[in-house]
Write a protein that binds this ligand. Structure first.
Ligand SMILES: *[C@@H]1O[C@H](CO)[C@@H](O)[C@H](O)[C@H]1NC(C)=O
Ligand SMILES: *[C@@H]1O[C@H](CO)[C@@H](O)[C@H](O)[C@H]1NC(C)=O
Ligand SMILES: *[C@@H]1O[C@H](CO)[C@@H](O)[C@H](O)[C@H]1NC(C)=O
Length: 926
């Protein structure tokens, strides 16, 4: 009954709508008053608007009772304002004022119940009253687009009374707020155009089932967000403009939108695979997907479709299916709704190239670990995980996952750790083999029999039905036995760990060369290829061993080679938010901070200066880091992981407790440390030579340090040295510098040809090494401004004085004891080497290997009879690289059993009940 359509409070409530018209409160006289105000307010006055017979004015139509029914003043170059009582024209059906320069506050249109058409677009109106749309029960077409002077307004919910609405256009009209969820009130709405506003929030659910054909919501200021799944039920759509927003999630199935010909989705944050239904849209003529985070196979559109799909994360630049691991991981991502967090790095066709939360084995080919712990993911566990056959560790704990644990995961051949604790999983608890450490605590519904007959959950628990017949007692029993199995597994693993540890310790003493091949099998294979000598190999193996078998903090947990990604939150936490007090040093490529993990293990975190990376893309950076994390040598400071945070690149290194050689050589007074003895100095020199020799031996000499100097030489508690900052200045094959483009290096250490031409060969490092030797001998800096000019440049001065032995004696560091003949002899030899290394012409300088050969015997003469230092190291200090390789090869046949036991120990890493496991978790490094 339409009895409640009263127009004003003063009017008598009419018994029916027909009598309402008879009892209208306004008359022709009222219209005359409004029209004369309108006449006065417009400028210029429209030419025919003269006299009081407003019904004869151009653009005005009246009914038989001289009541105004339409005002048509489109495109009349009118300025001025509208009278505030415009809504007294109660018979008005059409108000067309578009494309003028009208300004001022819009009057309310409230209760113009006959009004059907309102065109106000392209004017300069300044505000819309709150009751503007009240009671516009016949409104069909409304446009207020391109009124940029409007003060911000919300789409009013009063609009729901306009149930005949067919088009609503308000683009470029300063609308703020969210799109109200009122679209089930407009069964005839065909066109909704709200582009270029400041709308936020998500698409309203009431779009579902609406008849909208033309949907323009593009280019919102901050952007509409959320998913666009509602589109799949908007079957009348023919043009959809959603570009330049902040929409997320996957593109939904649009197979029901058969009329869709124009789909603009570019410049959003869409993720996931482009559904085949989009490629199959029968009318599609125009689609943009550009600049999203779309993944998976490249979508292929037929040639008559205008398609822009650039700037996404598709696995291949051409059509075709993705790598099987990529396919499986994308399924896994899809089961949790393709989070943007994943899509940001899950691009391309190699999951081992810097994909976050993914780690691979040392071959860089097989995904061995997936760590989604504590990511607030919701969704389900994808059965496609079973296709990641190399997976060893799967952490899904502390999320909001629902549904069942796919039973097929129990057949994964290499799985060792599977953690789903603290989610909201349900269904039966699958039984994993004893080799899998399976954690599922904190899932109250898991293993509980959902009572059959309850309405809610069973639908989401498909396989719960299978075990539905079992009484609740039996499910309890099974969870007990799962617990027992877990207990036994842990016990066995710990026991194996202890056995291995004891075995390892005693054998290491007996015959350390047996352990040169300590590593897992895959790595062992890789080692046999001369070109990749040890790159990812023994370093990984022995460091892992060391970090669990001893408390030695000079080493760190080393993860499985490959890409180790550490979250910036963790790095913030461990460095006390990059606090000043944790600064270890500055220089090279940024500031280095000390960080301390929960278990007391220390790391060094380098924050790269933004300029250092230049225009380098993230992918390139990650590719390079992937290589650097694999470079492992006991005399190279290990790069343990990295983190990319906006423009900032953070690198995590092992921490070297004794700081730099520079401190011990030049600033020992300030640091209150004893000056270095000659033995220590020669030993450091040999360490450095070995580290750099190793670097130079890597693929095609592409690793050249270019900035070797005492502040890049770090010392451990045993005063053994490691070279830092290598690789950041990699020499690309084409001779262009890779990470860095400016001239790297430090004055005083620059080889003359490098300083002059920028040409880089390994001989640049040999030169700098020679300078370091001179510094070790003299205790003086390469460049010393405090010295008289002729002595300021150490190389020049040194090469002049060492010609005579007496001069050299005077130049030796005062703190060195040079009484005994042996020491003096040793110093003389090192001085000769220093001269040789700093020869003017590169070809006159020796290789690093020569330096190792000269220094080795000098260290040998002081070597302790039982070198404890060799314990736990996979490489003999006195073996050259080719020698070491030969030994590995020789050991290959005999070390199989050993490899096996190591593998077991490795499987125990995650379950080790020490601080190691904790910090491992806390670093999110898997
Ligand atoms: C596709 O859309 C673009 C931009 O909206 C337009 O310039 C182009 O003419 C459209 N092409 C077709 C075939 O509709
Ligand atoms: C595993 O991969 C195969 C081959 O690509 C595929 O057919 C199968 O559906 C995948 N399994 C799951 C559970 O996704
Ligand atoms: C867990 O899921 C069930 C339905 O499966 C739901 O009723 C319950 O609220 C969820 N619990 C939490 C803590 O989210």
């Amino acid at each position: 009954m339409p009895t409640t359509t009263t127009t004003t409070a003063s009017s008598v409530s009419p018994p029916s709508s027909t009598s309402l018209l008879l009892l209208l409160p306004f008359s022709a006289a009222d219209d005359a008053a409004v029209m004369s105000k309108l006449l006065a307010a417009l400028s210029p006055t429209p030419p025919t608007w003269k006299g009081t017979d407003f019904c004869s004015w151009d653009g005005i139509n009246c009914d038989n009772s001289n009541r105004v029914t339409s005002i048509n003043l489109a495109t009349k170059s009118l300025a001025g304002t509208l009278p505030s009582d415009l809504n007294q024209l109660s018979q008005l059906k059409t108000l067309s004022l578009q494309r003028n320069s009208l300004s001022g506050d819009l009057p309310t249109l409230a209760n113009l119940t006959l009004l059907e058409t309102v065109f106000l677009d392209n004017n300069n109106f300044t505000s819309i009253p709150p009751d503007f749309f009240l009671g516009l029960t016949n409104l069909q077409s409304f446009s207020i687009s391109d009124n940029l002077d409007l003060s911000p307004w919300d789409l009013p919910s009063d609009l729901t009374q306009s149930s005949n609405l067919q088009t609503f256009e308000a683009s470029n009209a300063n609308i703020k707020g969210s799109i109200p969820d009122i679209f089930d009130n407009f069964p005839n709405l065909q066109s909704l155009r709200l582009s270029y506003n400041d709308l936020t929030g998500s698409l309203p659910g009431s779009f579902s089932g609406s008849e909208i054909q033309n949907l323009w919501l593009n280019n919102q200021n901050k952007g509409l967000s959320g998913d666009i799944n509602v589109l799949s039920s908007m079957t009348q759509l023919y043009q959809v403009w959603l570009q330049a927003n902040a929409f997320t999630g996957a593109i939904p199935d649009l197979s029901k939108c058969e009329n869709l010909f124009d789909l603009q989705l570019r410049d959003n944050q869409f993720t996931g695979l482009v559904p085949p239904s989009v490629m199959g849209l029968p009318k599609l003529a125009n689609i943009t997907l550009r600049n999203n985070q779309l993944q998976g196979p490249l979508p292929v559109f037929s040639s008559n479709i205008e398609a822009d799909i650039s700037s996404n994360g598709f696995c291949l630049p051409t059509a075709g299916s993705c790598d099987p691991q990529v396919t499986a991981l994308l399924e896994v991502a899809g089961a949790v709704g393709f989070p943007v967090l994943l899509a940001e790095s899950w691009k391309g066709n190699d999951a081992c190239q810097g994909w976050s939360f993914v780690s691979c084995d040392s071959s860089g080919k097989n995904v061995t670990s997936l760590n989604f712990a504590k990511q607030k993911f919701s969704g389900t566990i994808s059965p496609a995980l079973v296709n990641l056959t190399a997976l060893r560790s799967l952490s899904l704990n502390d999320n909001n996952l629902t549904g069942v644990i796919p039973k097929t995961l129990t057949s994964m051949p290499n799985l060792q750790l599977f953690d789903v604790s603290n989610n909201n999983l349900s269904g039966p608890i699958p039984e994993f083999p004893g080799t899998v450490r399976f954690s599922h605590d904190g899932n109250p519904l898991l293993g509980q029999n959902v009572p059959t007959g309850t309405a809610g959950p069973p639908g989401s628990v498909p396989s719960a039905g299978g075990s539905g017949g079992a009484p609740s007692g039996s499910s309890k029993k099974s969870s007990v036995s799962a617990g027992m199995i877990a207990g036994i597994v842990i016990g066995v693993i710990v026991f194996m760990g202890i056995v291995f540890f004891v075995f390892y310790k005693c054998c290491a003493k007996k015959k350390h060369q047996k352990f040169d091949r300590v590593d897992n099998l895959e790595v062992g294979k890789e080692l046999m290829k001369p070109s990749t000598v040890g790159s990812s190999s023994y370093g990984g193996g022995f460091s892992e061993l060391q970090s669990q078998s001893s408390g030695d903090h000079s080493e760190m947990h080393v993860f499985e080679g490959g890409n180790v990604i550490i979250s910036v939150q963790v790095l913030r936490q461990v460095t006390d938010n990059f606090s000043e007090k944790n600064i270890l040093g500055r220089g090279g490529f940024g500031v280095v901070y000390k960080g301390e993990l929960h278990d007391g293990t220390k790391i060094a975190v380098k924050k790269m200066e933004s300029g250092v990376m230049g225009t380098k893309g993230l992918n390139e950076f990650q590719a390079e880091i992937a290589v650097l994390t694999k470079v492992r040598h006991r005399h190279l400071v290990a790069l343990l992981g990295y983190c990319v945070d906006g423009n900032e690149r953070l690198l995590v290194y092992e921490y070297m407790p004794q700081g730099t050689l520079s401190q011990h050589l030049f600033e020992w007074g300030e640091h209150k440390t004893p000056p270095l003895s000659w033995k220590q100095r020669v030993s450091i020199a040999l360490d450095v030579a070995r580290g750099v020799e190793y670097l130079h031996s890597l693929a095609q000499s592409s690793f050249i340090h270019r900035d070797l100097k005492p502040s890049n030489i770090l010392l451990g508690d045993d005063m053994r040295a490691k070279v830092a900052d290598f690789g950041l200045v990699k020499n690309a094959p084409d001779g262009k510098y890779s990470v860095e483009t400016r001239l790297a290096g430090t004055f005083g250490y620059l080889a003359p040809e490098y300083a002059a031409t920028g040409r880089v060969t390994t001989k640049v490092d040999v030169f700098a090494f020679g300078v370091v030797l001179m510094e070790l001998i003299t205790g003086r800096k390469a460049l010393d401004e405090t010295m008289p000019d002729e002595r300021c440049h150490l190389v020049t001065w040194f090469r002049r004085v060492i010609i005579s032995k007496e001069n050299m004696l005077k130049a030796i560091d005062q703190t060195l004891e040079t009484e005994d003949e042996e020491t003096l002899d040793s110093i003389t030899k090192v001085a000769e080497l220093a001269g040789h290394c700093t020869a003017r012409e590169p070809f006159q300088r020796p290789d690093m290997g020569h330096a190792v050969n000269v220094l080795g015997p000098l260290v040998e003469q002081w070597k302790p009879s039982r070198p404890e230092e060799e314990d736990g190291h996979g490489i003999d200090l006195h073996m050259s690289l080719p020698q070491a390789l030969m030994r590995w090869q020789a050991d290959e046949g005999t070390s199989r059993t050993f490899d096996m036991s190591f593998n077991h120990t490795q499987s125990s890493i995650p379950s080790k009940p020490s601080g190691f496991a904790d910090s491992f978790d806390s670093m999110d490094c898997r």
